[in-house]
Design a protein around this ligand. Structure first.
Ligand code: TA6
Length: 294
């Protein structure tokens, strides 16, 4: 159906009440609701649903370049291209037959090849499970016919909705090394405690566990991120000053969002022609009491 500004979007509904929305523009997940109809992702009230600007919030896909770590525009171009519905998603693995899902595909146009001179097929599956969990599986295949490999970095730049950033903590990244974007990507080591927020944070945690949790004390909700093929994790909150500098982001909205992004950044992925990479992110939102002690 039609979304904001007439852009095409697909809506997934699970019979128990959870739902997800995906725009073809960017293959961008803009909504994920639990079976009580509560929105779990943050999308800015100032988000501009107009190409070429990427949508501020939800789950932008960063490909083939995370941030400005290369010659392309920040976060690459997958997030501001028009994707198609994949009519032949067949050998896609699915670990639960009960999931409702949609498959999208991105292939480069001739114009795109001028920006990044490689041929690829990027398939994305967005699946909603019976418990309301949201799984994104990306498959990227090198379809170059000139024998050339290509290299990329990647992130699911997920914006979680939180009640109050000062009341949130992240577990699973303690004691890890990270690159601090606020200190020219200096390599540092996280101290022992769970991560809490009292100022701008922009860190790339390296070689993280496959499970990370975001505990929202006020909402009594825990987001659990499970990932595969994505060794790194970015944690970002722009805080007040950076928020004001972003034209498509409300001045106070930083209080109600946190990006935790399953990513492959430190060791870029290289694919030879015919080779395929797979990166999976599974999100669930559970009452906090379920998770205590885990
Ligand atoms: O993932 C963190 C980050 O790379 C930050 O450095 C910050 O700039 C943010 O993403 C937003 O990027 P965007 O291009 O969407 O404004």
């Amino acid at each position: 159906c039609k979304g904001i500004n007439g852009l095409d979007k697909l809506v997934l509904h699970d019979p128990r009440g959870s739902s997800a929305e995906v725009y073809l523009y960017g293959a961008h997940v803009t909504s994920w609701k639990n079976d009580h109809g509560e929105e779990l992702l943050f999308v800015s009230s100032k988000a501009i649903f107009k190409p070429p600007k990427a949508i501020r919030g939800g789950i932008p896909l960063c490909f083939p370049q995370f941030s400005n770590l290369g010659p392309l525009d920040a976060h690459g171009f997958a997030r501001n291209r028009f994707w198609s519905i994949d009519s032949d998603p067949s050998p896609f693995p699915t670990n639960s037959p009960n999931k409702v899902s949609v498959d999208l595909i991105l292939k480069p146009t001739e114009e795109d090849m001028k920006t990044w001179p490689h041929s690829y097929e990027f398939r994305l599956r967005v699946a909603l499970g019976p418990g309301g969990d949201l799984t994104l599986i990306s498959r990227i295949r090198n379809t170059n016919t000139d024998g050339k490999p290509f290299t990329f970095t990647f992130a699911y730049h997920t914006y979680f909705a939180v009640s109050d950033i000062s009341e949130v903590r992240v577990e699973g990244l303690e004691t890890l090394d990270y690159l601090d974007n606020l200190q020219s990507r200096k390599r540092c080591t996280e101290q022992g405690d769970a991560i809490t927020f009292e100022s701008e944070v922009d860190k790339i945690y390296l070689s993280t566990p496959t499970k990370i949790a975001i505990l929202d004390h006020e909402k009594k909700r825990t987001f659990v991120i499970r990932k595969d093929g994505l060794p790194d994790a970015v944690v970002w909150n722009p805080w007040d000053k950076k928020a004001k500098a972003l034209t498509d982001f409300g001045d106070d909205e930083y209080k109600h969002m946190l990006c935790v992004e399953a990513a492959a950044i430190e060791k870029p992925i290289t694919l030879k022609p015919g080779e395929e990479w797979r990166g999976r992110q599974e999100l669930s939102a559970v009452p906090s009491s379920y998770c205590s002690g885990q």
